[in-house]
Design a protein around this ligand. Sequence first.
Ligand code: AGP
Length: 608
Amino acid sequence: MCGIVGYIGEDQAAPILLNGLEKLEYRGYDSAGVAVCDGGSIQVEKCKGRLKVLADLIDQGEKIPGTVGIGHTRWATHGKPSDLNSHPHVSGQGKFAVVHNGIIENHLMLKEFLLKQGKQFLSETDTEVVAHLLEYYYQGDVLDAIIQVLHQVEGSYALGILCEDIPDQIFAVRKQSPLIIGLGQHENFIASDIPAILSKTREIYRLENNEIAQIKKDQVMIYDLEKNIVQKERCHIDWDISAAEKGGYEHFMFKEIMEQPKAIADTIQPRIQEGRIVLDDMTLTKEDLEQFRKISIVACGSAYHVGVVAKYVIEKLTRIPVDIDVASEFRYRNPIIDEKVLVIVISQSGETADTLAALHEAKRLGARVLSIVNVVGSAIANESDDVLYTWAGPEISVATTKAYSTQLTVVYLLAVYMADLMGLISRQEYQGYLDDLCHLPGQIEMILKKKDQLQTLASRYFNAKDIFFIGRNIDYAMSLEGSLKLKEISYIHSEAYAAGELKHGTISLIEDGTLVVALATQDTLFEKMMSNVQEVTARGAVVLGLTTEDHPEMEKSATHTFYIPKTNDLMLASLAVIPLQLFAYYVASMKGCDIDKPRNLAKSVTVE
Ligand code: AGP
């Protein structure tokens, strides 16, 4: 996510803004900028790169006079990292400067309207439309202009706004993306996150959705969209910096597990417009899809596990054969790839060496490459023919959770989009898939509310020496991810097995008390899975059954049962993964492991 900071008071603003942005660096970003009002015009300094580049550019802020300003660290979603795409963005006549965190979902339509009004755009960002719209609606009252703009824009946003006509005020707006007001003595602040202002004040207002703050150095007024004054309760923050960076949670991983409903909504919403899937700059045509003789999916680690799910989903909906490979194998096995193959590359970081090398091999062999990536402007994104971004925001914890989950949702969108393009699903089926997709965030929220059940289970098994995960079809793919999550953060040995394979060897490892996590979410295979559960319990295993709410019979055979809501079988991976993430997290937490930075692991494996 982007980082927002604002200051209004009696001190020079720029150094304070830089200090605040520094406290938000942990969130991940690719560029930074500030806008400062010095009584008259607004001065904007911004550039691609680390905050230090900006700080050096403006002599640590000393070069910019003025006691009112806004600052921003950008995590690119629309438009690659560049000086011009950095925030703040300025309106055509320079009257408004805007910083933004979130996604303006209807920015293309608004940009088209503004271009017709003769507005000149300098950047590729969605945010710039806000600056131009403010100037378009401004008739002398900034609050009125803001309200009119908010009636036009759709999506999620936290906005910091300066207007050169009112140099003693900052305006702030919130819808979905967090924004707080820091309350000082003859000075006030805005910030997208508490760490940015904690060194200055512990007293805050939390802006709620559709609230607008008008901030002076000695007064803060909050309005709703009808210009009614909103009374706010002061909140006192007693977190330390470390807790504040994690949103009050103990670890980034837990924070990111909890962020999954929003990350999935952010990834889906902008791509469903008027009941249709809209895949940004997708260039794949019906003819392309019909001439592909197969799809080859390549990735590493958890991204590979997304690929295993994708094989089941894409084959089911498009009937195009799908291969799936770990990148380190694909790149050296002289794969049978040519121009009649679509290679899908999945990577959170977009920098994984093996995956990038596999992409190069695929292109060398003439394949069309589509990538699913979380980092805009990353190497894999830049070298693909098509890119579908996940909008999970920066993922700090080495063990991926929200990036994994948003990759799954992009797979569902892509599979339904392709099946529809090929005329393979009815209008009713299409709508059904979209409805199921849009219900996922709420269903995940329901599962997260039951996290204590996983904590209790973890407290019973965190000293286990071996834990097995078994499943069939998509549940096998989920077993792979559940096992990896557990291994990489708790260091407990774990195996993931296709349940039907157990009797071909591995079942010899099952003995009294061995914990087996049995995933049985796929309706058509539930009875088969129950047989596998009985197979392992007959040999002394303790079974944690993970199934949907309509299969209470799991309790007859499993020692413990965790239920997830029912949805389309193809999308159940998005629900089943949540208890697996939580179980791994609680086990590792009870073992006192370094959850966000597990031993021997890196967030992005940029070497072979
Ligand atoms: C997942 O929890 C691991 N951190 C790891 O397996 C990761 O998924 C893998 O290294 C691939 O990374 P990427 O998605 O950035 O390419």
